[in-house]
Design a protein around this ligand. Structure first.
Ligand code: GRF
Length: 228
């Protein structure tokens, strides 16, 4: 169980300062909210890992920006509370961001995991959860940010791609890198086949690294993320 400087939600969101996640809740596990937009296989990997109390993570809720997705169904089957916060239900993107932050805050997470969440979080969300929101990207950052990373990597002709776990900042897949795994590109790869192979690596990386962050804490100094 990590120890640190105090409840994570009381700290400023600056990525320039030293930041550290703690697990202040009664069951001593790190409280996590996961946000999804799709099939939720990364979420499922985390759900499976949390079956072991020693993993150190309690998923308090799963949120989505859309209804009727397998990611939400996976959460419901696991008995985890869910919420939906759709951009279309708010007058502006900024209003949606405020509502999303409020939904997440209601579960008092130590850590927020974006697992295939296809929206950029905004200013209010980052003011509250910056420095303790992580995201997974199916490319070796800083190459190929954005929604079509496997396709873009293939079109560029790279021989090695992979996945990146990073701390979310106000850019597109641009935050401090926590961990990466390389995945070789095969001659006959399509964007879909490459993405599927990357996702295998992505799930393993997410489970391994989020667990270590939860159990041991982490620090961010400038762009360098360290798990003790
Ligand atoms: C992952 O490759 C993630 O990096 C990308 O979308 C995919 C989500 O997969 N943004 P899943 O919903 O976890 O199956």
């Amino acid at each position: 169980m990590p120890t640190g400087t105090g409840p994570a939600h009381d700290r400023p969101a600056s990525l320039d300062s030293l930041s550290r996640v703690t697990a202040p809740h009664a069951d001593h596990r790190c409280a996590v909210v996961v946000l999804v937009s799709g099939s939720g296989t990364n979420l499922q990997a985390l759900l499976d890992a949390t079956a072991d109390p020693g993993y150190g993570v309690c998923i308090r809720a799963v949120g989505a920006d859309r209804c009727d997705i397998e990611g939400l169904a996976r959460a419901r089957r696991a008995g985890i509370p869910t919420f939906v916060c759709r951009v279309a239900d708010f007058p502006t993107r900024a209003d949606w961001d405020v509502a999303l932050a409020a939904h997440v805050a209601a579960y008092e997470p130590d850590l927020v995991v974006l697992a295939g969440f296809l929206k950029l979080t905004g200013e209010v969300f980052l003011a509250r959860f910056g420095g303790r929101t992580v995201n997974t990207h199916p490319a070796l950052s800083p190459s190929f940010p954005g929604m079509h990373a496997p396709r873009d990597a293939l079109e560029h002709g790279v021989k090695v791609s992979g996945c990146t776990l990073f701390v979310v900042d106000d850019g597109v897949d641009s935050g401090p890198i926590i961990a990466q795994t390389a995945v070789p590109v095969q001659d006959d790869d399509t964007a879909a086949s490459l993405h599927e192979r990357i996702k295998v690596a992505e799930r393993a990386l997410l489970v391994d690294v989020v667990g270590r962050m939860a159990r041991e804490g982490f620090t961010i100094s400038q762009r360098k993320v360290s798990i003790p």
